[in-house]
Design a protein around this ligand. Structure first.
Ligand code: NZQ
Ligand code: ZN
Length: 384
């Protein structure tokens, strides 16, 4: 008789304040934790336009917190800016960090928290240095996508070397994150869709793993369907607050440990391939890139191992074959106004070898199947 082993550890220390007007909690949390001098890290200005910045400042002021500000983190955040902010953190001797923004701002803040105690933060990304200490991190999330508000990962691009790489540490989980879906009303529709595609992709990275933990796959099916439904509602009506709330909570659960419990760490080939797209061209949004790569990956994998993909096709798309599931997935992405091919993202066929080159530095791509250059080329051609 086959012995089935189901084993995992789950630990998520982040406290979440979810919902309307919860931003006021952030100053109170900092005060109660005894933080006095906070480094506020922000993006390129959307929080000024939508009033989030004022709400945060009021909360800090009301709770007697002193802060200094670092602005200008861009989407697909880069190493140079991260180093610049680490220097500010060190010279100002801050005692904590508050990120107000999306995954890019939060990831930069995590790298700052770790880099505060390192001579060069990139060493941690190259595994030349271990993260043994980190400043405490607090976040106010403004776009639901990455799950960074409730995980210990940070992804930063070294633009000079065309490396978009990650660090991950229990020390980098935010202490507290505020998720107020109402403040996401100001998102351009494409950004809402990028977030939905990223969240779906996080779940799919786990979905196809060999696991008898059907409870996790049932949760994952429900999360994907809820993300699709909420995004459909938001395309029709960006002011639909129930849909915003559902999308926001699903995106948090998509990469906080819940969706991957018992799923053997997931596959992550699609994320690695997408990170190469953004490393090649930092203007490409992570979610949109995944919307191009994931259907191609499923198409490629299902040809070799169709059994693995039937359940997804049936449960998520009510289709009888993986290829019909992929077709419906691409139709949905297209209906949301997002790209479904590398060509639409601005790539030419002549760029594909360079993408393979960027990826060749990774010792291992994928878990279900370990890809070499020929498999990557085949997936890129299916995506092209
Ligand atoms: O610069 P600001 O003003 O913040 O504008 C942002 C940015 O232009 C804007 N935006 C955010 N909230 C808004 C808003 N505009 C209007 N109203 C609001 N409420 O949206 C744009 C995109 O923001 P960004 O933070 O880049 O988006 P996202 O959260 O999708 O983050 C993407 C980054 O996270 C990484 C990605 O690779 C990418 O670099 N990831 C991080 C992960 C993690 N930490 O666990 C996992 C993911 O797989 C991913 O790799
Ligand atoms: Zn992602």
């Amino acid at each position: 008789m086959e012995v089935i082993v189901i084993r995992f550890s789950f630990h998520n220390p982040t406290k979440i304040h979810f919902g309307q007007a919860m931003i006021k909690m952030i100053g109170k949390e900092l005060r109660e934790a005894g933080q006095h001098k906070v480094l506020l890290i922000c993006g390129s200005g959307s929080i000024r336009a939508n009033g989030v910045y004022d709400q945060v400042c009021n909360s800090l002021r009301d709770n007697g917190i002193t802060w200094i500000e670092a602005w200008g983190v861009k989407a697909n955040p880069d190493l140079e800016k991260t180093r610049e902010i680490i220097n500010i953190a060190k010279s100002e001797a801050v005692d904590s960090v508050l990120a107000v923004g999306g995954g890019s701002v939060i990831d930069t803040a995590k790298a700052v928290c770790a880099g505060f105690y390192l001579s060069d933060v990139w060493d941690a990304f190259c595994r030349r240095a271990e993260i043994l200490r980190a400043l405490p991190l607090y976040t106010v999330l403004t776009i639901s996508a990455t799950g960074s508000e409730m995980n210990g990962n940070a992804v930063i691009t070294n633009e000079k070397e065309r490396k978009k790489w990650a660090i991950s540490s229990l020390l980098l989980y935010p202490k507290v994150s505020v998720v107020d879906p109402d403040i996401q009303v100001s998102l351009p529709p494409q950004q809402t869709v990028n977030g939905a595609l990223d969240a779906i992709a996080h779940i799919l990275e786990y979905y196809f793993m060999d696991s008898e933990l059907h409870s996790t796959r049932a949760i994952d099916t429900a999360l994907i369907k809820s993300i699709i439904e909420s995004t459909d509602f938001l395309i029709r009506n960006p002011q639909d607050m129930a849909a915003r709330a559902n999308l926001a909570w699903c995106a948090t659960l998509a990469l906080n440990g819940i969706s991957g419990a018992g799923m053997q760490g997931g596959d992550w080939a699609c994320h690695q391939i997408e990170h190469a797209l953004s490393a090649y061209n930092p203007k490409i949004s992570h979610g949109e890139g995944l919307g191009v790569i994931f259907p191609a990956w499923i198409e490629f994998m299902a040809e070799r191992d169709p059994i693995r993909f039937y359940q997804w096709a049936k449960q998520v798309w009510n289709e009888d074959t993986p290829s019909m599931g992929v077709k419906r997935f691409r139709e949905k992405i297209k209906a949301w106004g997002s790209a479904t091919s590398l060509r639409e993202l601005g790539f030419q066929e002549a760029d594909l070898p360079e993408l393979c080159n960027i990826l060749s530095i990774n010792p291992m791509i994928g878990t279900l199947s370990r890809f070499g250059t020929s498999e990557i080329e085949a997936i890129l051609m299916l995506a092209y």
